[in-house]
Design a protein around this ligand. Structure first.
Ligand code: GLA
Length: 420
């Protein structure tokens, strides 16, 4: 921090000095105004401005590997991201979650597990970068991470500099062991520390929605914030933690918690309904297709959590469906919302930059159902004629007015775009 603050103060002093030397009132005024506006918009011009203009896409170790992280795992996952075509489909960040760190040294610097990361974190980040990908890491706002490793509290600026030296592009910052800490202040502090390092680093706020981070996440410079507790690899479940506290949620529980949050998301700042479980084995292919479609309509970060080195063709085709990914990554940055619900049947819709709509017709129930999508539900007058395209069948379904309907499999979706 000292370095950066020193530099910026020097620049301001120089500008001000020039103004005084010129002794020309009009120039003095111009320079003074530019100095003041520079100060006023300093936040906007910070190194992290312009990050995550579309929801971040990548891979994170936690959902599949937990604490079993290593240099080899991360390198082979970066290779797999390239080889599988996921990089071409838009995935970018390779993020090591909890358990890479073991202690702090005498200077308070964070120490990576020397057995699991024998070449150190910088060499690993360099490797990930050499594959044309970006590198992410994990820490915690409290004294310890959720797995009991050293947290960031009291070391924010030191860690920020360390991450920058290592070449970190993305930090997931958790919320365990924070006792009486204020969430907003804690995340503002780590954002300040990351920016002070001079390196643009995406900040992923992992506060589980407890203090409603959608209300302040953007203001403190967060690029995404978890809206709920952890996802679990189930269609419908509430799994208590070992200490009896509540809960990890299945896809439907997480989905329900997103209702009403859509207005808080936009380019650079996203609601995060947690990482993907697609391919981890606890759901059917149909359910994984629904999970992925729903996350895309929510403009959610698409952070794969499965073993990219061993994917079945079905899982590969879900994660790399470019038409569905395009809905998630649409540059307008609108989050989709639930526009209709009738017991087990729901319609979620999202406005796209070209004025068209994407829609997910969701059947939560256990028998096949026909779902009608009415133009009025997605903001179009009924007489409008619009073409409908099925994003999973990769097929144009023709032109309709008033409505379109589809038969939807149990726990399945039909995902379409409607283009006037
Ligand atoms: C919390 C987070 C998870 C994961 C673990 C790691 O539960 O919500 O996403 O990072 O901690 O310990």
């Amino acid at each position: 921090m000292a370095v950066l603050h020193g530099t910026s103060r020097r620049i301001h002093n120089t500008r001000f000095g020039q103004a005084i030397k010129m002794k020309q009132p009009i120039w003095t005024l111009v320079v003074l105004v530019s100095f003041l506006t520079g100060t006023m918009f300093a936040q906007k011009d910070s190194v992290s401005a312009g990050l995550a203009l579309t929801p971040p896409m990548g891979f994170n170790t936690w959902n599949r590997f937990g604490c079993n992280v290593s240099d080899e795992l991360v390198r082979t996952m970066a290779d797999a991201m390239v080889k599988s075509g996921m990089k071409d489909a838009g995935y970018q960040y390779i993020v090591i979650d909890d358990c890479w760190q073991v202690s702090r040294n005498a200077n308070g610097n964070i120490v990576a597990d020397p057995q699991r990361f024998p070449s150190g974190i910088k060499a690993l980040a360099d490797y990930v970068h050499s594959q044309g990908l970006k590198f992410g890491i994990y820490s915690d706002a409290g004294s310890k991470t959720c797995a009991g490793r050293p947290g960031g509290r009291g070391h924010e600026f030191q860690d920020g500099l360390q991450y920058a030296v290592w070449g970190v592009d993305y930090l997931k910052y958790d919320w365990c062991n924070t006792t009486t800490q204020d969430a907003q202040a804690s995340y503002a502090l780590i954002r300040e520390a990351l920016d002070a390092s001079g390196r643009p680093i995406v900040l992923s706020i992992c506060e589980w929605g407890t203090a409603k981070p959608w209300l302040w996440g953007k203001g403190v410079g967060g690029n995404l914030w978890r809206t709920t507790g952890d996802v679990t690899d189930k269609w419908e479940a509430q799994v208590k933690w070992p200490d009896g506290s509540c809960c990890a949620f299945g896809v439907l529980g997480i989905l329900d918690a997103q209702v009403g949050l859509e207005s808080y998301a936009g380019p650079g700042h996203w609601n995060d309904p947690d990482m993907l479980e697609v391919g981890n084995g606890g759901m059917s292919t149909t359910e994984y297709r629904s999970h992925f479609s729903l996350w895309a309509i929510l403009a959610a970060p698409l952070i794969a959590g499965n073993d990219l080195r061993n994917m079945t063709p079905e899982i590969h085709d879900i994660l790399t469906n470019k038409e569905v990914i395009a809905v998630d990554q649409d540059p307008l940055g609108r989050e989709g919302r639930r526009v209709w619900k009738d017991r087990d049947l729901e319609i979620w819709a999202k406005q796209l930059q070209d004025g068209s709509r994407a829609a997910v017709l969701l059947n939560r129930g256990s028998s096949e159902q026909k779902i009608p999508l009415k133009w009025e539900q997605i903001g179009y007058p009924g007489h409008l004629s619009a073409t409908v395209r099925d994003l999973w069948a990769h097929k144009d379904l023709g032109t309709c007015t008033v409505e379109f309907s589809a038969v939807v499999a149990p726990h399945g979706v039909v995902m379409v775009t409607v283009r006037p």
